[in-house]
Design a protein around this ligand. Structure first.
Ligand SMILES: [Zn+2]
Length: 307
């Protein structure tokens, strides 16, 4: 039995697991989850990230033989595993992570966008498996990944499905990507905190806002509803471009799905062409799968030999 060591890497965390690459049901392939820390932000971020990853991976490789290491990372990542930029990881720029890790580990390494990994993993676990699936991940930013007709969509330069950076508001709020008015400035956890402060609130985090909204506070409910409406508009745009009928929502904000859903559904319906209305299956990723999908997807992408 061969195993891939898969990692899900963010600005402050590393999660890793062994993923069996064949011969098992997809929902039984991820095992031995481990969490660690990164401190990849600001000056020296690239060196710190590389050191944290090497340390974590070498520790895990003491447990057994891997035939490949597969990473899911936030950011704009090309087919050669170079991270051009990562809007929510300051200090990462044109960083050839795949090459550098490969040299240190002497193992095949793949590096892919984390939302693409999540989309692939979610698609593998759907039963029945749909032809296509789009994933939106709502956390510090808004990530996106797409499996179309069974194939992961990577794009000419590796940055397909950057739905978090589609322009929503002309000359809107500045985004970490360098533009203004991107979707993630209106529908990420970070955005909700800013919008609360702009509305005269204390700048509560997404969880505090959700508690207030669920207790009946009108402003907190409105902040979530508006975020849902922006997401609905983003999903409608995507659906009309590629005719994907299965859309899954992941990331921390899905804990507040009850608050996002009404705005998302009404906006999606308003912004779809009539033949598509009511035909889009939008739902949050099942809680028991949230921890698996990015790791499973990263390992699967490594097997596909596309990245
Ligand atoms: Zn942006």
């Amino acid at each position: 039995m061969k195993d891939i060591l898969a990692l899900d890497v963010g600005g402050t965390h590393i999660r890793s697991a062994w993923v069996t690459d064949s011969g098992m049901r997809d929902d039984e392939r991820v095992h031995a989850d481990l969490r660690g820390l990164t401190t990849a932000a600001g000056a020296g971020a690239q060196e710190a990230l590389l050191a944290a990853l090497v340390q974590h991976i070498e520790l895990r490789l003491e447990e057994g033989n891997a035939h490949a290491v597969a990473l899911g990372m936030p950011g704009f990542i090309d087919r050669h595993g170079v991270i051009a930029a990562s809007p929510n990881l300051p200090g990462i720029s044109d960083f050839p992570l795949k090459r550098l890790l490969g040299e240190r580990l002497t193992l095949p390494v793949t590096v892919a966008n984390d939302a693409l990994c999540a989309a692939r993993g979610a698609w593998l676990l759907e039963d029945p498996r749909p032809p296509s699936l789009a994933m939106l991940t709502l956390g510090t930013g808004v990530g996106g990944g797409l499996v179309l007709d069974g194939r992961p969509v990577i794009g000419d330069g590796g940055t397909a499905m950057e739905i978090g950076h589609i322009p929503m508001v002309p000359k809107g709020h500045p985004c970490g990507c360098g533009k203004r008015g991107c979707l993630e400035q209106y529908a990420s956890a970070t955005a909700l905190t800013r919008i609360d402060a702009e509305a005269g609130g204390p700048g509560r985090d997404a969880r505090e806002l959700a508690e207030a909204a669920n207790s009946g506070e009108a402003r907190a409910r409105e902040i979530y509803q508006d975020a849902g409406r922006y997401l609905g508009l983003g999903v409608a745009t995507l659906v009309q471009l590629v005719d994907v009928r299965t859309v899954r929502i992941g990331g921390g904000l899905t804990r507040s799905w009850n608050l996002l859903e009404p705005g998302l559904r009404s906006s999606l319906d308003e912004n779809l062409i009539p033949p598509l209305r009511g035909k889009i299956d939008v739902a949050p990723v099942a809680p028991e799968r949230i921890d698996q999908i990015a790791l499973l997807g990263a390992a699967d992408l490594a097997c596909l030999d596309l990245i």
